[in-house]
Write a protein that binds this ligand. Structure first.
Ligand code: AMP
Ligand code: ZN
Length: 112
């Protein structure tokens, strides 16, 4: 499958991993928008994004948020933002469900 994040999961594309278990991988964004910018993804290719979360695949999303809380603590972040972009018009460039963990600077009040 021609999916950059599946290739990262498979180890075919290198990444700076910060967490990995059977179902979830977290790695540093290659183009960081904040001092901490980590992508947390299900290893399973959930295409395309948040609009494709269903009763069958939602469990991993809860687990992802558990990992986000752990990573935020490890990064020393009390203030942080979690973002998922769904669709090109919302800024999505990789059609494999992922959550951005951003922090380490003052984040604008504007969301969009
Ligand atoms: P989005 O635009 O919400 O789909 O997020 C995709 C993110 O993946 C962007 O922030 C990119 O900088 C990031 N990205 C793309 N390729 C890589 C890569 N090889 N390693 C790490 N992050 C990447
Ligand atoms: Zn994928």
């Amino acid at each position: 499958m021609d999916c950059i994040f599946c290739k990262i999961v498979a180890g075919d594309i290198p990444s700076t991993k910060v967490y990995e278990d059977d179902t979830v991988l977290a790695f540093r964004d290659i183009n960081p928008q904040a001092p901490t910018h980590i992508l947390v993804i299900p290893k399973e290719h959930i295409a395309n994004g948040a609009a494709d979360i269903t009763a069958d695949n939602a469990a991993v999303v809860g687990h992802i948020f558990e990992i986000i809380a752990k990573l935020a603590k490890e990064e020393g972040l009390s203030d942080f933002r979690v973002v998922t972009n769904n669709g090109e018009g919302a800024g999505q460039t990789v059609p494999h469900l992922h959550f951005h963990l951003l922090g380490g600077r003052t984040l604008g009040v504007e969301m969009g």
